[in-house]
Design a binder for this molecule. Structure first.
Ligand code: PLP
Length: 425
């Protein structure tokens, strides 16, 4: 079925207990076992079922199934935030002494996680420029456990070469993890060879800006056993689970060794679970995601066109305005539009950026993306203010750079607010 249909029907028909058509909020910590044998079978994974909401929950389960269906994955895991999703996605494969290769074009929070926290745990990140896919191969050695990248990273908004890097990885036995937060529905990374997809559901999937959450989806198409020496967490006996080998344990359940381990080991131990209430909130948002993405894309394209014609704007950064190889990638990996994010540079530099933001009336000034409302930020004075000017420029943030996450309001109202704020800039 199509994403519009799956967003409403995927993974659920009605509640078995009550017939409820809306997905109920199962706000419970635990689940009564039928008898001791039932409890024993659940703990031994001989039977799949609910034990404790830190590890699984029926409301979260519908969100997991629905988003997995939209992306063409095998199974998913809901977690407490996008940050938790990227942390668990990497730690599910990497242990102290291992490394992974990441694109340099990353969300700042992910950058910090990789450079400081994971490094402090003995997991070494190797950054490479995504303009050269072969750089991933050159950075790979026997202890490389995965590649990591964002589909549509801001502020540069240059789409990642998913198929090129996924193919290099598959030849070497290294899976590609893709953060698809900025391009849900527009891009299905599994179709291009990615092994694992993750989201901050906080952004477009929710759309309402009320809840923090994350998802990890297992594509089910990576052959862990063919490269068993690279993946000890999945292919060697796990002492924390009476010696289970996850690739073996998953066999009766499907090609879900990766996500099974993430759930029953990492979520069990680290506990970054999504609350059932937030899963319900994300299901409400998800119902209209394909519809909203179309309007985000159309409005962003109109905003990018209008900014290009404005005399105070020196540069517009939008995938639909790029050319050459970057444009080819945008067209190859995004379908139905170029996303909802637009960057631009003001001729008047930092002070013009501040004046523009302060003059906005409709558009919100917040450090977020993917809300149904239009959002703006001036990174040089906020998110990137701690960086040296040199480092800031290398991330693509100039003094007069403004980032817009274009919402789904009427386009005329968005354009008129931007126009009056540009007067003041
Ligand atoms: N990935 C991307 C691309 C993001 O933009 C963000 C947040 O801005 C995250 C991950 C982290 O998500 P969360 O804020 O839900 O932890």
């Amino acid at each position: 079925m199509h994403p519009e249909t799956l967003a409403l029907h995927g993974g659920y028909r009605s509640d078995e207990a009550t017939g409820s058509v809306a997905v109920p909020i199962y706000q419970t910590t635990s689940y009564q076992f039928r008898h001791t044998q039932h409890a024993e079978d659940l703990f031994a994974l001989r039977e799949l079922g609910n034990i404790y909401t830190r590890i699984m929950n029926p409301t979260c389960d519908v969100l997991e199934r629905r988003m997995s269906a939209i992306d063409g994955g095998a199974a998913a895991l809901a977690v407490s935030s996008g940050q938790a999703a990227s942390t668990l996605a990497v730690l599910n494969l990497c242990q102290a002494g291992d490394n992974f290769v990441s694109s340099t074009d990353l969300y700042g929070g992910t950058w910090n996680l990789f450079v400081n926290t994971l490094k402090g745990m003995g997991v070494d990140v190797r950054f490479v420029d995504p303009a050269d896919p072969e750089a991933f191969a050159r950075a790979t050695d026997a202890r490389t456990r995965c590649y990591y990248a964002e589909t549509l990273p801001n502020p540069k908004l240059q789409v990642f070469p998913i198929r090129e890097v996924a193919e290099i990885g598959r030849a070497l036995g290294v899976p590609l993890i893709v953060d698809n937060t900025a391009a849900p529905v527009l891009c299905r990374p599994f179709d291009h060879g990615a092994a694992v997809v993750m989201y901050s559901t906080t952004k477009y999937i929710g759309g309402h800006g009320t809840s923090i959450g994350g998802l990890i989806i297992d594509g089910g198409g990576f052959d862990w056993e063919a490269h068993a020496e690279r993946f000890p967490t999945l292919c060697q006996p796990d002492p924390s689970y009476h010696g289970a080998v996850w690739t073996e344990a998953a066999k009766p359940l499907g090609p879900i060794a990766y996500i099974l381990r993430a759930r029953v080991v990492l979520l069990r131990d680290i506990g970054a679970a999504m609350s059932p209430f937030n899963a319900f909130m994300f299901l409400q948002g998800l119902e209209t995601l394909p519809l909203r993405m179309r309007t985000h894309c159309a409005n962003a394209a109109a905003v990018a066109d209008a900014l290009t014609k404005h005399d105070k704007v020196t540069k517009v950064i939008f995938p639909g305005h790029q050319d050459g190889e970057v444009r080819r990638r945008a067209e190859a990996y995004l379908a139905g539009g170029f996303g909802g994010l637009v960057g631009f540079e003001l001729a008047g530099g930092r002070e013009a950026g501040r004046r523009f933001i302060d003059a906005l009336k409709l558009v919100y000034h917040v450090a977020n993306i993917g809300d149904a409302r239009t959002l703006a930020i001036h990174p040089a004075s906020t998110t990137h203010s701690q960086l040296s000017q040199e480092d800031r420029m290398s991330t693509g943030v100039s003094e007069g750079y403004v980032r817009l996450s274009v919402g789904i309001e009427h386009i005329d109202d968005i354009l008129s607010d931007l126009a009056q704020a540009l007067e003041a800039a």
